[in-house]
Design a protein around this ligand. Structure first.
Ligand code: AMP
Length: 491
């Protein structure tokens, strides 16, 4: 493997805003003209795909030609098919109907940072490969390794894996990688963020030197350029616009609201907007669990998905969400990474991420494939600095709307009185915020007192003990509230 990457290093790659290299103006061919095999075209037609997405239109010909690829595209752009289709096409001549495991060595390895993404990628590979004899499998940690071994032993050509579990299999000698011809690094930036670099180096050292490498990353930081420099050979650079940061299909809204009022606001939005499927992002696992329980108590079907949940629990929550039996899926950033839920209409940032790029990933869950979506951010005074960073990142200012959560007592605090007077409803008639379904005159009583939750009495991790105690004290201070959502005003 050479260490050249002239195609990439000579290009001034902005690490964040890559709209400047949008593919507008490029003719998007049809799948037929990309030279894909009839077996693959049939699967695409059955999946309802008519036109390649921009990343597919650009990446498929490059990958079919056999070159290395460094592609800037995030989840939601159709990137999975952009690498899976050419990969399958290249393996087709070697596909065998034989039952012998020896005829089905691992020929393509797809590495992903998270279990959820690995599962989704393999599901897509299966769909695209359904009219071919090519076999695929996903392996990830958090489940008994023994359950995966028999499948591996029966032989599979396309292996999707998270790095740690792949190394476990290699150590247990349940897997051979000496026939890998194609390597895909999916969401490479997140793999680095999650500290997988040492694992990646170990895995890559085990692969044949002669192979094709396809790397996908949502961002092009210096670390990613270094990774590409180390592992790719003269890659062709392909970028598509970070559609979700600037995608006009996604209405971005910011509500300024105090931390202690966020829960009431969230409940109101979920109820008033009659939301069907919403991902709510929190910064911590504890907040995710707590919020999910509170929403349930408020009569909203909710579940949490985060790193402390078992794989089975996460899959169950995701399936229920996809099936529509859970309305609000409360997720931390890592857990939600790579989630692909078709037509997700709304994302709520209950807490603002301190890493601005996480905002882009979060709102990328909605507004996909041309559908419209809403991304609402609850910004408390402590979080304004993070939101300023986000606005710099997305090169866009989002009007701030002040939300007044009025304490429903005869007296208001001076602070809330000030806010109320600053932000009277715009008219006495009903003001309807079409995008969120919030009515200006909405004034709903929330439960006077939260029922106590024994879950909070259980000891939790020491690092978040402080947060737990904050929650307890905020619960103690909680007064009956009514949400005056008419008190919205642009700053
Ligand atoms: P991905 O970015 O790979 O996670 O894909 C996002 C979503 O777009 C998935 O639900 C895919 O099934 C869907 N998709 C991918 N390619 C196409 C296409 N060409 N036409 C329509 N939908 C697509």
């Amino acid at each position: 493997m050479t260490k050249q990457m002239t195609d990439v290093v000579n290009i001034d790659i902005p690490s964040i805003d890559i709209q400047s290299v949008d593919i507008q103006g490029i003719d998007i061919p049809s799948f037929d003209t990309l030279g894909l095999a009839p077996e693959l075209l049939k699967a695409l037609t059955e999946s309802g795909y008519t036109t390649p997405t921009p990343i597919q239109a650009q990446a498929i010909p490059v990958a079919l030609a056999g070159g290395d690829l460094m592609a800037g595209a995030q989840t939601g752009t159709g990137k999975t098919a952009a690498f899976a289709l050419p990969l399958l096409q290249k393996l087709l001549p070697l596909a065998s109907n034989s039952a012998s495991p020896a005829k089905h060595p691992v020929r393509a390895l797809i590495l992903t940072p998270t279990r959820e993404l690995a599962i989704q990628v393999e599901e897509s590979v299966k769909v695209y490969a359904k009219h071919t004899p090519l076999r695929s499998l996903v392996v990830y940690g958090g489940v008994d390794i023994k359950t995966q071994t028999p499948h591996l032993k029966s032989g599979i050509e396309v292996l999707v894996a998270t790095p740690g579990r792949l190394l476990d299999h290699i150590e247990q000698k349940t897997l051979q990688l000496n026939q890998v011809q194609i390597l895909v690094l999916d969401e490479a930036d997140r793999m680095l963020d999650m500290g997988f670099m040492p694992d990646l180096k170990r895995i890559l050292a085990l692969l044949p030197k002669q192979r094709q490498n396809l790397m996908f990353s949502a961002t092009f930081s210096n670390e990613i350029k270094k990774l590409a420099d180390d592992f790719l050979t003269k890659p062709q650079l392909i970028e598509v616009a970070r559609s979700n940061a600037t995608n006009d299909n996604v209405t971005q809204k910011v509500y300024q609201v105090e931390q202690s009022d966020k829960e009431a606001l969230l409940t109101q939005i979920l109820k008033v907007a009659d939301a069907k499927q919403v991902i709510v992002f929190t910064k911590t696992k504890l907040t995710a669990s707590r919020l999910s329980r509170s929403l349930e108590r408020a009569g909203i079907a909710a579940d949490a998905i985060h790193g402390d949940k078992t794989q089975q629990e996460r899959i169950k929550a995701l399936d229920a969400f996809k099936a529509g039996t859970v309305t609000a899926l409360i997720a931390t950033d890592v857990a939600a990474r790579g989630l692909d839920i078709t037509d997700l209409p709304m994302v709520i940032n209950y807490e603002i991420p301190s890493a601005a790029e996480d905002y882009v990933h979060r709102i990328g869950r909605t507004g996909r494939a041309g559908a419209s979506g809403i991304a609402i951010s609850f910004v408390s005074s402590d979080e304004e600095k993070y939101f300023t960073e986000i606005e710099k990142l997305i090169k866009r200012q989002i009007p701030k709307e002040i939300v007044v959560i009025e304490k429903h007592s005869t007296r208001t605090t001076s602070a809330s009185r000030t806010k109320t007077s600053e932000s009277k409803p715009r008219s006495s008639t009903s003001h309807h915020d079409a995008s969120s379904g919030i009515h200006g005159e909405t004034k709903r009583m929330l439960p006077k007192k939260k029922p106590s939750d024994p879950w909070f009495d259980k000891p939790y991790e020491a690092t978040i003990a402080q947060e737990a105690s904050n929650i307890k004290s905020s619960q103690a201070n909680k007064k009956p509230v009514a949400v005056l959502l008419g008190g919205l005003r642009s700053k």
